[in-house]
Design a protein around this ligand. Structure first.
Ligand code: NG1
Length: 400
């Protein structure tokens, strides 16, 4: 699902190698995108999630510099070259500019670790953008990793993931830490259960005959643009809802996971019904239900209970479409189509407002499922098949 023909890409990379490779050592970092299997719009409430890192990734070929300049090219012509100087405080480029993800990494590393050295780099990658597959986190993590190499910083992986999550908020989205954590700590063949505050991960093996099929609705979920306010508004409603329920229960210090463990979903909903507006209550209901579904999904994954996992995905989608109001017609159509074509379950993945769905099926159902998607969704729109079976891969690394 990459926009870029290989010849232009190769040409750009070769030019970079000619320009910088003769005199300086070239290095390369890669950072994967992710697909979230279940646990949507809950990471910012510190409730658990279950994503896996993808084979699709962002990569940067780069030559460390002795000064603080960061001149960046991109093999994708939609992203024009950008250049800036590392600093612990700087103005962003215009809203939505891809260079802001590099600035996000640079600012947090300058602030927290005194990074002063930049790099000449060329960015490549095949994570579909604005599709709910965390292309932005892949870019932030790749830039941060390149800056760590240039500044000889060795950060512990969880601390590095947390730093990248805090760094990405520079672009104006008040997100959680799911994307950057799985991007850094993903493990081949495994999904990652992530818990927050404090950040911790547990890899859970994906049974060898399970497949997660990702399909792009072709509706742009532009979180640096219009979807940003809608996303931030969802988060604000959840923050308020937890705050009010905490106050009503006289539990001012309990974070949502502890609140849920101590009082249970039914009691929290009952208190919510008395203290929240109808809209806040709907958002709250989604968050509580989704947290419970993640616990059940992790247990189902461990037991290889595919039908049960699929049911939980279906329930997640219903809640995201209803109480959370982040689906759209195309996403609803895709999940219905995938269930008809033999998936055990399907849901939107990522923030929603467009972007991708993820469906679970057995290995032998992948081809019929992709064929049905092509025939019933993509061809009628005159679009090439934009769907693939996801492969759980390792997290970000320095490869050269
Ligand atoms: P997407 O839309 O896939 O980038 C966003 C957030 C996540 C999480 C999901 C919804 C960022 C960088 N990512 O993911 O933290 O809240 O939405 O579950 O803000």
């Amino acid at each position: 699902m990459s926009a870029e023909p290989p010849n232009r890409r190769t040409h750009q990379l070769e030019r970079f190698e000619r320009e910088f490779g003769a005199a300086r050592a070239l290095r390369r970092v890669v950072a994967p995108g992710r697909v979230n299997l279940i646990g949507e719009h809950v990471d910012y409430s510190d409730l658990p999630v279950l994503p896996m890192a993808l084979r699709q990734h962002a990569s940067i070929l780069f030559a460390p510099r002795d000064d603080g300049r960061v001149p960046l090219a991109n093999v994708d012509p939609r992203f024009v070259p950008r250049e800036f100087e590392i600093a612990s405080e700087f103005e962003p480029f215009a809203a939505g500019d891809w260079g802001n993800y590099a600035k996000a990494a640079a600012q947090i590393l300058a602030r927290d670790h005194g990074a002063t050295r930049g790099f000449d780099g060329v960015v490549d990658g095949d994570v579909p953008t604005a599709a709910g597959l965390a292309s932005s986190a892949a870019l932030v993590v790749a830039c941060a990793l390149a800056l760590c190499v240039a500044n000889e910083l060795a950060l512990e992986p969880l601390a590095f993931a947390d730093l990248c999550a805090r760094g990405e908020r520079y672009v104006g989205t008040h997100g959680g830490a799911m994307d950057q954590t799985v991007c850094v700590l993903g493990r081949a063949g495994h999904a990652l259960r992530i818990d927050f505050a404090p950040l911790r991960v547990e890899a859970v093996a994906v049974p060898s005959d399970w497949r997660f099929v990702v399909a792009n609705s072709l509706v742009i979920a532009d979180k640096s643009g219009s979807a940003r306010d809608a996303y931030n508004a969802r988060r604000a409603s959840c923050d308020t809802a937890f705050e009010r329920v905490r106050a009503a229960l006289n539990e001012p210090d309990l974070r949502p996971p502890a609140l849920l463990a101590r009082h249970g979903e039914a009691e929290l909903l009952e208190v919510g019904a008395r203290t929240l507006t109808p809209l806040e209550l709907a958002r709250f209901r989604h968050a509580l239900g989704e947290a419970t579904r993640v616990e059940r999904a992790v247990a189902a994954l461990r037991r290889s209970a595919r039908a049960e996992f699929g049911e939980l995905m279906n329930a997640s989608h219903a809640s995201l479409a209803g109480d959370y109001d982040v689906s759209c017609r195309e996403l609803d159509e895709l999940v219905a189509l995938q269930r008809r074509a033999g998936a055990n379950g399907a849901r939107l993945t990522g923030a929603g407002f467009g972007g991708c769905t993820v469906a679970l099926c057995s290995a032998d159902r992948v081809e019929p499922l992709l064929a049905a998607l092509d025939r019933e969704f993509f061809r009628p729109r005159g679009a090439p098949l934009a769907a693939f079976a996801a492969l759980a891969c390792d997290g970000a690394r320095v490869v050269e």
